[in-house]
Design a protein around this ligand. Structure first.
Ligand SMILES: Cc1cc2nc3c(=O)[nH]c(=O)nc-3n(C[C@H](O)[C@H](O)[C@H](O)COP(=O)(O)OP(=O)(O)OC[C@H]3O[C@@H](n4cnc5c(N)ncnc54)[C@H](O)[C@@H]3O)c2cc1C
Length: 430
């Protein structure tokens, strides 16, 4: 153990928590992760890991494991319901050097959890941490409703996600704004019966819109585990207040509604047997003004959450984890290190949080005008250079450089693909 090893509590075993734990454990600190679940587990369906997130996972030495499970995505494609007219067409990179990898949350969780366990990170489950108390000696956790003064922490990293109670207790005035639309999500088996006549592409996120009030999506996400079935994430936009209305009308009425916009999704609708197969996710938006307070620092969704429209949340959480580890490695003074962490992420976060807020109504809102503008812009201006490149950088998470301030360079994604072949063969052979 290094001389200046610190006792660090990490609250939450999501992507931000596990990535932070791996980095800080490898840096020689005493790290304990707390999670509310009895058994740590991921909640939800699919995620798109962008070149930014892949670069962090590659830095941790585990990107190839995720790529082996997930589905390479080269393009985002959206059509207008009824006309079939393309209204979203973004290529990651025509040369094939940059791409996203869509994964089931369980796959990302599994890869991070395996690495954390291998590195000896201690994970304590069934502990809900709702607040952090601090004095001149250190920080203490409020665990399952009781302040525990028996353990003193040099640093608490709050990675408990968008609904963080710790954040709310420290910054009660900074409130998460609920977004108008959420979505039903389901993980279904990948099926492509109509491949010959142009059915769903495996290398694309495909969406169908009617104005901005209807958005249906299909995202192939590969396998949850080696040897498992290939899956897709299916989603359907919905306002929280309409969930009960839809359920009261019944499953068949809802399916009729979906197929009236996009009949091609029938093979997926057939797999949905009850509303229990659909999980409703609410979306909200918040960026904390300063992601630290004394010995407590906020990483991932607890510091910034938004609608998943741009597919950046988990990627930003991974970048944050690297940024915090980098800042701590360069400064023994916590106050200074946490300030540097915040500064290193500020511009990138500000840009993507603003873009998400600005663009979400183009895809999820009751407006008639905004989607009209979207359709006109996407079929005209979006095709004129430099727009394709800008759109690609937006999707990749690289409209501004997220790397240099946190001591990273974008990795060669094609090399991860090469590693994948060896690994998946090895794992499959076991
Ligand atoms: C439907 C949907 C689709 C999305 N799609 C994408 C996408 O395509 N690409 C992308 O990059 N991002 C996407 N996101 C966003 C992404 O899921 C989040 O940004 C990411 O999960 C944030 O990771 P995190 O570790 O900060 O928080 P979380 O993943 O929320 O993890 C928080 C952890 O903390 C634990 N916890 C919570 N409260 C407590 C407590 N009080 N005490 C102890 N433990 C606690 C939880 O059990 C959980 O394990 C999507 C989000 C949603 C809802």
């Amino acid at each position: 153990m290094m001389d200046n090893a610190k006792r660090i509590a990490i609250i939450g075993a999501g992507p931000a928590g596990l990535a932070t734990a791996i980095y800080l454990k490898r840096a020689g600190h005493n790290v304990v992760v707390f999670d509310q679940f009895e058994t740590v587990k991921p909640v939800g369906s699919g995620l798109l890991i962008q070149p930014t997130g892949l670069t962090v996972l590659n830095d941790l030495g585990i990107a190839h494991k995720l790529v082996a499970l997930g589905q390479r995505i080269d393009r985002l494609h959206g059509v207008s319901a009824g006309t079939g007219r393309p209204v979203l067409a973004v290529d990651y990179d025509k040369t094939g050097k940059r791409f996203g990898v869509a994964v089931h949350r369980a796959a990302l969780f599994g890869v991070l959890h395996e690495a954390a366990s291998y590195d000896g990170v201690e994970i304590r489950t069934s502990v809900t941490v709702s607040a952090v108390s601090q004095d001149q000696y250190g920080a203490y956790l409020v665990k399952n409703g009781e302040l525990d003064r028996g353990e003193t922490w040099d640093l608490v990293v709050d990675t408990s996600g968008a609904l963080s109670e710790i954040r709310t207790s420290i910054f009660p005035d900074q409130k998460r704004r609920s977004l108008q639309y959420g979505a039903f999500w389901a993980t279904l088996d990948w099926t492509n019966p109509d491949n010959k006549s142009g059915g769903f592409r495996e290398d694309a996120l495909q969406q169908c819109y009617y104005k901005a009030s209807v958005m249906i999506g299909i995202l192939p996400i590969g396998r949850q585990r080696v040897g498992g079935k290939k899956k897709v994430a299916f989603f359907w936009s919905l306002k929280p207040e309409d969930v009960d209305v839809v359920k009261t009308k019944g499953l068949e009425a809802w399916k009729d509604d979906v197929r009236s916009y996009w009949p091609e999704v029938e093979p997926y609708l057939e797999q949905i047997k009850s509303f229990e197969d659909l999980t409703f996710a609410k979306y909200g938006h918040l960026t904390v003004k300063q992601p630290y307070h004394g010995r407590c620092v906020f990483v991932g969704d607890s510091a910034h959450s938004t609608s998943p429209q741009l597919g950046q949340g988990a990627n930003m959480a991974l970048l944050d984890a690297r940024a915090l580890a980098f800042a701590l490695s360069r400064n023994d003074d916590f106050a200074e290190a946490l300030k540097n962490y915040a500064v290193s992420r500020r511009l990138h976060l500000k840009l993507f949080q603003s873009l998400s807020l600005l663009l979400t109504p183009f895809y999820q809102s009751d407006s008639h005008l905004i989607p009209l503008l979207r359709d006109v812009l996407m079929s005209s201006v979006a095709k004129v250079p430099p727009m394709p490149s800008l759109l690609s950088h937006m999707v990749c998470g690289t409209l501004v450089d997220p790397y240099s301030k946190i001591g990273l360079q974008e990795c060669d994604l094609t090399k991860i693909l090469d590693t994948q072949i060896t690994l998946s063969d090895g794992v499959a052979a076991k």
